[in-house]
Design a protein around this ligand. Sequence first.
Ligand SMILES: C[S@@+](CC[C@H](N)C(=O)[O-])C[C@H]1O[C@@H](n2cnc3c(N)ncnc32)[C@H](O)[C@@H]1O
Length: 211
Amino acid sequence: MLAHKDMALVPLGDLPHRSGAYRLFRDVRERTAMLLTDTEAWGIYASAKRTARVPGDIAELGVFRGGSARLICEVKGDRALHLFDTFAGLPSSGDSDTRFQGGSFASSLDPVRSYLNHFPNVHFHVGLFPASAAGLDDLRFSFVHLDADLYASTLAGIQWFYPRLNRGGILISHDYYGSADGAGKALHEYLADKPECFLELSGTQVAIVKL
Ligand SMILES: C[S@@+](CC[C@H](N)C(=O)[O-])C[C@H]1O[C@@H](n2cnc3c(N)ncnc32)[C@H](O)[C@@H]1O
């Protein structure tokens, strides 16, 4: 391994079971946008895959152009995938959001729908979350990806998904920069009295495994 300052190069030849996934990540980047590093993409891909034996659907809050959703599609098996986004960019940011601003990451639904249309059981919930989850109260999940950047959106996401995450299920959030900034602040506030540990993964990801 080559190490320089805060960076490390990891030889994928030592991890042959990952090399196909890393080729997929390159292909996804060539066809659409994906706002994850390769090691973050691996976190999503592997967790979505390894939760196959946990009962429940999969959800992503924060789809943008469908890059991370595509990774999940590749490994979701028969599970339903619920995709939540305004497809009009981030809603207004608040005082806790120092990195992201309302209106960023505008996308549109049709290209994402056609990019994913050969995968069965994919459901789009367009609009502002959590209003866009109305009528879905009975759903339960095995894997959830929160990638909504903002304090209010992440708080709404953890409040809605945590009680619906089955035991052994995994929730990963992007944009975790510690407990002081938007998404991290929301997660710390909501999970303060819950038993799950924060597992800091690669890049800006943090995960919990539901107990
Ligand atoms: C960084 S992008 C997602 C990137 C994507 N997961 C990827 O890896 O390419 C964040 C997305 O969250 C969506 N978003 C944030 N808050 C939301 C809310 N309350 N309701 C619906 N969508 C929201 C934005 O519209 C934006 O598309």
